[in-house]
Design a protein around this ligand. Structure first.
Ligand code: 5AD
Length: 346
């Protein structure tokens, strides 16, 4: 199916007809596209959730500012480096620093942390996932050694965006940040939740249209899961089926994209990761955060953070990946976006 050329209307119709999963043919194609560029390798990233303080108040998110029940924490530079060392021992070569929008960490401190990670783990890739900042800040982090940046757009539909976020936030600024990150030379990741409140096949079609336009290097897609201490506590969760449909469409729209099998998907379905690999996903991000921070980094209820989601469980996770017919790749796993000819099944 030619997702690169489908109209809004065609995308929306396909989505409406595939709420419980992609068509067999499309799923096969998506998997083949992934194989063509990346082979059957699954890339491992070590995730470090370094702060759950956040100045934003996104209606869906468990670490939103006005959630007074959240128990807040920040990791020091030394604690972060401890996580990196632990990941290194496990053989990891990408570290993702993820946190709420926490202004406690100045640009100078962030740069200091980034360069210290690079010294601690020479040759590794550093990915930031710390939200919206100015171009100058993004530039400073890049100069300090950051390689990649994840910033989900959450939804590409303006009206939908404003129902998920406080007035202080805008889709325009989010999109501007993403274009800035690409311009500055980051490998940039966008993404969205599936089944978020007020989402429709039309807004999901808009997500694919936006992704085709932005051409990000990575796209994070996971189901919405209600968090009990947010205004969306009573909203229904997203589904595994529709998440797989959106993963399929994204892989077909952007064949060279890096596509994680997300923790949210694994939280809803014990076989979620394997199902995602089978429609073209090729990244997993086990958690390196200290155990007591993990529980506090609660974006949604029952978030998986032990077992296969935990770095200590890497051996078991690797076994599962291999049993599903894939090969674990502990390398940097850079995007092949800007490479003309693929180095797929080599
Ligand atoms: N359910 C699923 N995903 C969520 N996120 C935040 N809150 C939730 C939730 N309730 C996702 C957002 C954010 C990422 C870090 O986590 O998409 O970008």
């Amino acid at each position: 199916m030619d997702v690169r050329n489908m109209t809004r209307r065609e995308l929306s119709e396909y989505i409406a007809e595939h709420l419980s999963g992609p068509g067999e043919e499309e799923a096969r194609e998506a998997k083949a596209e992934r194989d063509r560029y990346y082979g059957n390798r699954i890339f491992i990233r070590g995730l470090i959730e370094f702060t759950n303080y956040c100045k934003n108040d996104c209606l869906y998110c468990g670490i939103r500012k006005s959630n007074k029940c959240a128990s807040r924490y920040r990791l020091s530079k030394d604690e972060i480096l401890g996580c990196v060392l632990q990941g290194r021992e496990l053989g990891m070569n990408t570290f993702v620093l993820q946190g709420g929008e926490d202004m406690y960490y100045s640009d100078k401190q962030m740069c200091d942390i980034i360069s210290a990670i690079k010294e601690t783990a020479p040759g590794c890739a550093v990915t930031l996932s710390i939200g919206e900042r100015s171009r100058e800040s993004y530039k400073a982090y890049k100069d300090a050694g950051a390689d990649r940046f994840l910033l989900r757009h959450e939804t590409a539909d303006e009206a939908h965006y404003s129902r998920l976020h406080p007035e202080s936030m805008s889709l325009k600024n989010r999109m501007k940040c993403l274009y800035t990150l690409k311009e500055l030379g980051y490998q940039a990741g966008a993404g969205f939740m599936v089944g978020s409140p007020y989402q429709t096949p039309d807004t999901l079609a808009e997500d694919i249209i936006f992704l085709r336009e932005l051409e990000p290097h990575m796209v994070g897609i996971g189901p919405f899961i209600a968090h009990k201490d947010t205004p969306f506590r009573d909203m229904p969760n997203g589904t595994v089926g529709l998440t797989l449909t959106m993963l399929t469409l994204t892989r077909l729209a952007l064949p060279r994209v890096l596509l994680p099998a997300t923790t949210a998907l694994a939280t809803l379905d014990d076989m979620g990761r394997e199902k995602a690999f089978n429609v073209g996903a090729n990244v997993v991000m086990p958690n390196l955060s200290p155990p007591d921070s993990r529980n506090k980094y609660s974006l949604y209820d029952n978030k998986a953070s032990s077992g296969d989601e935990a770095a200590e469980g890497l051996r078991h996770l690797s076994e599962r990946i291999e049993n599903a017919g894939y090969v674990v790749d502990m390398g940097r796993g850079d995007s092949k976006m800007n490479i003309e000819n693929n180095g797929g099944n080599k």
